[in-house]
Design a protein around this ligand. Structure first.
Ligand code: HEM
Length: 511
């Protein structure tokens, strides 16, 4: 059912063609006599047919299924020591927010209960332009080498021959790329089946840099913590919902907001100086790792409240374009290679999906005026009038100086090389802590049965054994329990390089 506002709204609009001409009978078509051919001169009917044939735009290549809402971000704590972003220059600052939640691998019609990450794209419209946080509900990711992203996604999507999701293909990829194990274990626990889109937390996963007006920076990870807590489901509940109510996530978000039960989140940051980063046990540019909260505590900075449903899903959610590269002065990307690749790929996907002027759509348009030298292209809605499209002396633009000229510790120099990470013992430490310290007995039992249900349906004995060896490298008991559950032989842990050979983080590199 639509929102109450739709029932209450008494519209007096007159039906027209797309060019505004009134039409008395929208369902009528011009033809010769009662039984003759239709007429090409009937612009209204031809236009209706032609428009209908063009209604679909490409769905997002990942994160195709989703739900969205609007609200606001409010600054609750002072972090002016860390960033000069205008958004954060005073406690109480507020900015409008649009959020889109999503599942990742399935197509636009997939179930909201599908196992996998949940995305939370957050667009904050600040007085210095849009700040997008394009986060997932897990604090780590499957890969740390960006060139693996599309092969990884392909292996999780449909088989090229059968057009079926295929457990052999899925585990074939994962077992050969064991740095994925941390994320795999989180997602095969019940955290992989959240009880609704807005019932989870969200994490930047990558380190960003917050830069203050002196050009000093700290590395920052952002956590968006649901004030109502994170709610998950068992595999049995998720499977039931996939059949009975596959859109339950969209529905519960919409209904909660309609009922005034506004989802709210507290935004925290973890920070690290570059010196701390160099002494940290893990490479801070490795998005398969977390920063332990005991060592790097959460510092509250703000809150997000979602208090408004979209009036039009397509215009306000489907056409929303979130990109990690939509940043504001005082917040910069780190050199995490996965983040660096993402800086390019999101706007590129949106140029393809929505058109080159996607930024001019109402939902993506910043609250501040845009003035630059970009012009034309399909669907140029606001083409900047008579403003010269170059640095003109006739009608010069103003240029606002950056608060900082350059960021300290930013010297990267070296020969071009083909970089590919290697797996070491270090990669199993955090998954091991997850298994032995974070999960309780019930969580562990669910993880074992969730993996067994999926890995057990792979046909290849070799793939099953290889993935079991990855689990054994985390914990032999975990691997043995899965092996027993799927009725195959127990295996030895995967042999990898020692932890000392792992790449250490250096903030400035001159080779
Ligand atoms: C190399 C790694 C990655 C690549 C190449 C990649 C690529 C993409 C692409 C092409 C889209 C569709 C964008 C659109 O059409 O608007 C997308 C959506 C998304 N990605 Fe990624 N992604 C990567 C890693 C990540 C990571 C690490 C996260 C979270 C920490 C993430 C979170 C999201 C979210 C939340 C969306 C949906 C945004 C929306 O609702 O519109 N992705 N990704």
């Amino acid at each position: 059912m639509p929102s109450q506002a739709v029932f209450d709204f008494k519209e007096k609009a007159v039906y027209t063609t797309s060019t505004g001409a009134p039409v008395s009978q929208p369902y009528a078509a011009q033809r010769i006599g009662k039984y003759g051919p239709l007429l090409l001169q009937d612009f209204h009917h031809v236009d209706v047919l032609a428009h209908f044939a063009r209604e679909r735009i490409p769905e997002r290549v990942v994160h195709a299924k989703g739900a969205g809402a609007h609200g606001y971000f409010e600054v609750t704590h002072d972090i002016t020591d860390l960033t000069c972003a205008a958004l954060f220059d005073a406690i109480g600052n507020k900015a409008p927010v649009t959020v889109r939640f999503s599942t990742v691998i399935g197509e636009a019609g997939t179930s909201d209960s599908a196992r996998g990450p949940r995305g939370m794209g957050i667009k904050i419209k600040t007085e210095e332009g849009n700040l997008d946080w394009v986060f997932n509900h897990t604090p780590v990711f499957f890969i740390r080498d960006p060139a693996k992203f599309s092969p990884f996604v392909h292996a999780q999507k449909r088989d090229p021959q059968t057009h079926l999701r295929d457990p052999d293909m899925s585990w074939d990829y994962l077992s050969q790329n064991p740095e994925s194990i941390h994320q795999v274990m989180i997602l095969f626990s019940d955290r992989g089946t959240p009880a609704g889109y807005h019932r989870t937390h969200a994490y930047s996963a990558h380190a960003f840099k917050f830069v203050n007006s002196e050009g000093k920076f700290v590395y920052v990870k952002i956590h968006v913590i649901n004030d109502a807590g994170c709610k998950t489901m068992t595999a049995v509940e998720a499977t039931r919902l996939a059949g009975e109510d596959p859109d339950f996530g969209i529905k519960s978000l919409f209904n909660d907001i309609e009922a005034g039960k506004y989802p709210s989140y507290t935004v925290y940051i973890q920070t690290m100086t570059s010196e701390e980063a160099e002494n940290f046990r893990y490479n801070i540019l490795d998005v398969t790792k977390i920063w332990p909260q005991a060592e790097y505590p959460l510092r509250p900075v703000g809150k997000i409240v979602l208090n408004k449903n979209p009036e039009n899903y397509f215009a306000e959610v489907e056409q929303a374009a979130f990109a990690p590269s939509h940043l504001v002065p005082g917040i910069e990307p780190s050199t995490d290679p996965v983040l660096q690749a993402r800086l390019f790929v999101y706007p590129d996907a949106q140029r393809y999906r929505l058109g080159v002027n996607y930024g001019q759509l109402a939902i993506n348009k910043p609250v501040v005026p845009v003035a630059n030298f970009q012009r034309d292209g399909f669907m140029a809605i606001k083409n900047q009038g008579f403003r010269p499209p170059y640095q003109s002396s006739i009608l010069p633009l103003q240029y606002k100086a950056k608060a900082y000229e350059h960021v300290e510790h930013e010297v990267f120099l070296g020969a071009a090389l083909a970089d590919l990470s290697e797996v070491t013992e270090l990669d199993f430490e955090q998954p091991r802590a997850l298994w032995s310290k974070v999960l309780n007995d019930e969580d562990r039992a669910h993880l074992v049965s969730n993996v067994a249900g999926h890995l057990g349906s792979a046909k290849s004995a070799e793939i099953k054994a290889r993935q079991l060896s990855v689990f054994a490298a985390v914990d032999q008991g975990l691997a043995d329990r899965i092996a027993d559950a799927i009725g195959v032989l127990r295996v030895q842990p995967l042999k990898v390089k020692p932890a000392e050979e792992a790449l250490r983080f250096r903030s400035s590199v001159i080779v």
